[in-house]
Design a protein around this ligand. Structure first.
Ligand code: HEM
Length: 398
């Protein structure tokens, strides 16, 4: 089996080339550090994501195993019941409840930096907008955005360097979550409610995902604090850097093609096509992990039992068997929606509709208010093997 290294400066400098080469020459490969196997190509990746008996999420979807078989870290069929707790709330129709908040937040954030004429858009826009929208969706105070950013940055840092770094902030995050749960439970008690249910969401306690999870029953009981913490953490961490990267990567693709930038300014609805095409060509989550439950044969190789497996979303999204001229950024694709930037199967990203709506609203406002945006230096990315997250986006505007 071929040995490959996704962490070399060359691989990091051109991730699409690295992942396409994998797909073309060694769709099942082993990492140079011996820590995991890589799977590339649309059909192979889909097979990993849809075969829960061979590839399990029971230890989470990052390289370092997380807590086992609880909340989001479960496989079907048990997981199917768990995700019913939030699926309808996070659906395309459901997330519209946050459309006004997305507009307000995007405008407020832009008000804060518009006058400065130049700066790092990751710092000014890519981080604060999703952090505030996530806070709103979870019913957390929006004004603690600096704290939230410190937490999400630590997680990113941990993915890059050492998984145990995240343990240091985990206690802090969980203490904050517990405070939020207790606050809502107290509001329910103050209203004399002992057995809360969905009717109390948006009436006695705020209309947020945390309230939905607090009042839902699962196997005939309420979620435990452990289940609540870990589920809320998934939503809290999952949506900030990814959505920020989606917005900035979309801007970058448009700025690199001035005729498309002009087209989108003239027809703002095209921003949705630009977002979808960015998700396909530069997915913020390049890949995630599963655990092999047994020896699995794939593409003529054997992935051994108990190994971690990185499925390459990037290689799948640029697979020429699925997409015409896959390396070309186009606003008029017919095959574009087949991409798997949000995964596929049981663990399809439950934040997909929030991310799409938030990015579309925020970018429409951004492009209207800063039509003379330009890049003034190279865009930098964090050196992670499985995320494409912007570190610096130096820009100027009039
Ligand atoms: C552009 C933005 C986003 C991208 C590219 C993205 C990508 C992904 C991918 C690929 C997965 C599947 C992981 C797997 O199968 O192991 C996932 C799962 C998840 N995402 Fe997102 N995501 C985005 C935004 C969000 C947002 C805004 C939220 C929260 C509102 C969110 C919350 C989650 C959660 C909780 C999971 C775990 C689901 C599960 O394991 O069943 N994501 N995301």
């Amino acid at each position: 089996m071929k040995i490959v290294d996704a962490s070399t400066p060359e691989a990091m400098a051109n991730r699409p080339r690295f992942h396409s080469a994998l797909r073309e020459t060694s769709p099942v490969a082993r990492s140079a550090d011996g820590e995991y196997y890589l799977v590339a190509g649309f059909e192979n990746v889909k097979a990993v994501l849809e075969n829960h008996e061979h590839f399990s999420k029971s230890w989470g979807s990052q390289l370092a195993p997380m807590e086992h078989l609880i909340a989001l870290n479960q496989d079907p069929p048990a997981f199917n019941e768990f995700k019913r707790l939030y699926n309808a709330y996070m659906s395309p129709a459901g997330v519209k409840r946050w459309a006004r908040d997305c507009e307000r937040i995007a405008n407020e954030v832009i008000d804060g930096f518009e006058g400065s004429g130049s700066g790092d858009l990751q710092e000014l826009f890519g981080k604060p907008v999703p952090a505030k929208v996530t806070a709103r969706a979870l019913g957390f105070p929006e004004d603690r955005v600096d704290t939230y950013r410190r937490w999400t940055d630590t997680f990113l840092d941990a993915i890059i360097r050492a998984p145990d770094v995240q343990k240091r902030v985990m206690d802090e995050i969980y203490a904050f979550f517990d405070e939020q749960f207790d606050f809502k439970r107290q509001q329910l008690r103050d209203a004399g409610i002992e057995s809360p249910n969905r009717e109390h969401v948006g009436t006695v306690i705020d209309d947020s995902l945390t309230s939905v999870l607090l009042t839902a029953t699962y196997h005939g009981r309420y979620l435990t604090n452990e289940e609540l913490r870990r589920t809320v953490r998934g939503f809290f961490i999952g949506g900030v850097d990814t959505t920020g990267a989606l917005m900035l990567n979309t801007l970058q693709h448009l700025l690199a093609r001035p005729h498309l930038w002009e087209q989108v300014k003239e027809s703002p609805d095209l921003v949705e096509n630009a977002i979808e095409e960015t998700l396909r060509i530069d997915p913020p989550a390049i890949g995630m992990f599963r655990g092999a439950t047994r020896d699995v044969e794939m593409a003529g190789e054997v992935i051994p039992q108990n190994s971690r497996v990185l499925f390459s979303v990037l290689s799948a999204n640029r697979d020429p068997d699925m997409f015409e001229d896959p390396d070309e950024f186009r606003l008029d694709r017919r095959d574009g929606k087949r991409h798997i930037a949000f995964g596929t199967g049981a663990h399809f990203c439950p934040g997909a509709w929030t991310a799409r709506m938030e990015a579309a609203i925020a970018l429409r406002i951004f492009i209207r208010r800063l039509p003379k945006l330009r890049l003034v230096g190279p865009v930098e990315y964090f050196p992670t093997i499985n995320f494409l997250i912007v570190r610096r986006f130096p820009a100027a505007w009039d």
